[in-house]
Ligand binder design. Structure first.
Ligand code: NIG
Ligand code: FE
Length: 388
């Protein structure tokens, strides 16, 4: 298939000019599920078989890589959100309400809910999804959520250390023993990644370190929910353990930024979580200036960030967090891929998965310039036109 009529093509291929590798009046050739050629239309190879898709001058870019979601859950926290908007602060304890509802839900309800959200994400241009567990918090419930996560997502993350479940409230270290032992025994084969919520009301640095090192010993990659609620130890811990990603980073000091940069930990920022908890904005500019690689993600979950929209994430990162539109587009595509240590997505280069989206606008800057507008016109995932 030849995709042509692309007014502005973002390839994220620095050989077309860093960082976004923009090509004007471009075309993309796809064979099966892979990109086989990108460049100016005038130089496209002759005789590409299959249909042509004319984008009529629209901008096209790699599908979004949403590297942080909690899509598998049951229940609803509208009332908690409503109370928060009347002044009740967010605390990690709200997670337990979703744990109760999730444990009580049959598999089919969880599968249906996760598929509904994944479909919503796809229609807003997300072609790669990371999905976490974390609302089960027993050996069997975490395994159940990871199995469902694997059916809807590209990357699966074990988050047994999300909070201490209510039945273990008197013995948090006993719960950490369970996570490091029987829970990881059962869950490590189901997930490539392990994440821990290291923050006030969840796990302290010593507890988080135990879980993450146990996971690392089993060959899992590491991610950390860090510095969301206070100037905590999570970012430093992510650097100490060479985690792939430290996520949230709302409360950060310069020494935290330096540690992330030195250890090559991707900073995954989640602006809708800050928006929906009326928290301060993470300082994306300061992270970039310190040399940290920044990714952007939705954090889709029923407590702090009930969105699947990467376009709104890009818009907020630009308008509220100090990123340029081009930096934000890179972070929402190649940045997410980097945080997942993937080189086959988040870029439109030869050999990459053919995940391409087109927006109703002449430039990718429109993603920030036109917040809240449904701009995603075409979505191609793995070489198949799935929207448009
Ligand atoms: O990423 N911070 C921890 N976990 C989620 C919130 C989960 C919830 O409140 O249900 C987050 O914001
Ligand atoms: Fe999260």
């Amino acid at each position: 298939m030849l995709v042509e009529g692309i007014g502005e093509l973002v390839t994220n291929d620095p050989s077309h000019g860093p960082p976004l590798g923009i090509v004007h009046d471009a075309a993309v050739a796809i064979d099966g599920d892979r990109i086989v050629w990108t460049g100016p239309r005038a130089r496209a190879p002759e005789g590409i078989p299959g249909p042509a898709l004319d984008l009529d001058g629209r901008a096209a870019l790699p599908g979004f890589v949403d590297a942080h979601t909690h899509l598998v859950f049951a229940g609803d926290r509208t009332e908690e959100f409503d109370a928060r908007m009347r002044g009740v602060p967010y605390e990690a304890g709200g997670i337990r309400a979703t744990v109760d509802a999730t444990r009580a839900a049959p598999d089919e309800a969880l599968v249906q809910g996760a598929h509904r959200l994944a479909g919503e994400a796809l229609r807003s241009g997300t072609t790669t999804l990371e999905v976490k567990s974390g609302y089960g918090l027993t050996v069997e419930d975490e395994a159940r959520l990871l199995t469902i996560a694997g059916a809807v997502g590209d990357e699966v993350t074990f988050l047994g250390a999300h909070v201490v479940p209510v039945e273990c409230a008197d013995d948090p270290d006993g719960y950490v023993d369970l996570v490091c032992g029987a829970m990881l025994d059962r869950c490590a084969p189901l997930a490539g990644w392990c994440d821990v919520f290291c923050d006030r009301g969840a796990f302290d640095a010593a507890q988080a370190r135990r879980v993450l090192t146990a996971a690392r010993d089993r060959g899992m990659g590491l991610r950390v929910h860090a510095n969301q609620l206070e100037h905590g130890p999570g970012a430093q811990l992510a650097a100490e353990l060479n985690a792939a990603s430290a996520d949230h980073l709302t409360y950060l000091r310069s020494e935290d930024r330096e540690a992330l940069a030195a250890a090559n930990v991707v900073a995954t920022l989640l602006p809708v979580a800050d928006l929906s908890t009326r928290s301060p904005w993470p300082d994306a500019r300061a992270l970039l200036d310190a040399g940290v690689t920044v990714a952007l993600a939705t954090d889709c979950n029923p407590g702090t960030s009930f969105t699947t929209s990467m376009p709104i994430v890009v818009a907020l990162a630009v308008t509220a967090m100090g990123m340029t539109p081009h930096e934000a587009v890179w972070s929402a595509t190649a940045g997410g891929a980097t945080s997942l240590r993937r080189t086959d997505v988040g870029r439109l280069t030869v050999g990459a998965r053919a995940d391409l989206i087109a927006i109703d606008g002449p430039s990718c800057v429109h993603l920030a310039y036109r917040p809240g507008v449904p701009l995603i016109r075409t979505v191609i995932r793995g070489g198949e036109v799935v929207v448009g």
